[in-house]
Design a protein around this ligand. Structure first.
Ligand SMILES: NC(=O)c1ccc[n+]([C@@H]2O[C@H](COP(=O)([O-])OP(=O)(O)OC[C@H]3O[C@@H](n4cnc5c(N)ncnc54)[C@H](OP(=O)(O)O)[C@@H]3O)[C@@H](O)[C@H]2O)c1
Length: 286
């Protein structure tokens, strides 16, 4: 049995929908802490169990009989390490055979820290690797969806203010990350390894300017603001300060080269190249 946590979230639901498409006869379950949001998944034939990362007993009930656990990392600005540790401990107690954990990419030997993210990711990976359970750690690039959020709601009118300098990233749509996770959960590859899900090309702020200018039919310049100016622009667009600051943190990770990568693993699982940023942004802005 394969169980995917975060069932109603973006990545979890995409993984479950792909799993059911790829292997309709497999035992596939989702785990959600908000069953009321699971109706769409249930209508697609996906079984849902209730489980809350903060309620250990609910995790133990939810993981009974599970062989492969796709553990979707908990959202930022929550007690993530406690939650993820609970999930791994429950997996041990339930005899889970393999954990596929969704983490983030970092440059090799990087000391760059994204607040709320990097240290928790490193600690969670260690807990999983030390658990005695088989694992695949999937280091995800930035979702193209998140990049679109960082651009802000008024990007076509205001220009591109993200503080990414000359940094580039191999952004991937969250939907395709889910599709890749589904293929991974059904395969017997990459056991006890860390792998990377990224696109097969990298894009910079200047590239995004070129793409949006083409779509919009007018120049959408890359302004490359500093951190404070960027946060001010985001707040003026109605984005709360915490979200604006977090977007700036991720943008600085791009600037530092943390997300520059070209790795063929995801393309191999998808059996095609991931959607380009050009095509992704075209869908949103045209
Ligand atoms: N690589 C990137 O660019 C990137 C960007 C954003 C986030 N992330 C990370 O990737 C994860 C998945 O991304 P996403 O876009 O799918 O996020 P999302 O849409 O916010 O989904 C996260 C899901 O986690 C589940 N969850 C939250 N609190 C929980 C709790 N106490 N107990 C059990 N489940 C809980 C929820 O699902 P249910 O309501 O169904 O339980 C929620 O929908 C995020 O949580 C974050 O750690 C990565």
């Amino acid at each position: 049995m394969i169980l995917v946590t975060g069932a109603t979230g973006g990545l979890g639901s995409s993984t479950l929908k792909s799993l059911i498409k790829l292997s309709p006869n497999s035992k596939i379950w989702g785990m959600s802490h908000r069953l009321e949001r699971s109706i769409e998944l249930i209508e697609l034939g996906i079984n849902i169990r209730k489980g809350n990362y903060l309620d250990y007993e609910s995790l133990v009930r939810g993981l009974q009989g599970v062989q492969t656990l796709v553990l979707i990392s908990a959202p930022a600005f929550t007690d993530r390490l406690v939650q993820q540790t609970n999930a791994v401990k429950a997996a041990i107690e339930c005899g889970v055979k393999k954990i596929i954990y969704t983490s983030i990419q970092q440059k090799t030997n990087s000391k760059f820290i994204i607040p709320e993210v990097t240290l928790v990711e490193n600690a969670t990976k260690k807990i999983i690797m030390d658990s005695g359970i088989g694992y695949t750690i999937v280091n995800n690039n930035l979702y193209a969806d998140s990049l679109a959020f960082f651009l802000g709601p008024n990007v076509l009118a205001n220009g591109i203010s993200i503080p990414t300098g000359k940094g580039r990233g191999a952004f991937v749509s969250r939907e395709e990350m889910g599709e890749g996770l589904a293929a991974l959960a059904l395969s017997n590859e990459f056991n006890n390894q860390e792998i990377t899900f990224s696109n097969n090309r990298n894009w910079s702020g200047e590239d995004i300017s070129r793409i949006l200018s083409e779509i919009h039919g007018e120049a959408v310049p890359f302004l490359n603001f500093d951190r404070q100016s960027y946060i001010r622009v985001m707040e003026q667009s109605g984005i709360p300060l915490q979200a604006a600051g977090f977007s700036a943190d991720w943008s600085e990770a791009i600037k530092n080269g943390e997300l520059e990568n070209c790795d063929a693993t995801l393309a191999g699982l998808l059996k095609r190249n991931p959607l380009s940023l050009e095509d992704f942004l075209y869908k949103i802005y045209s």
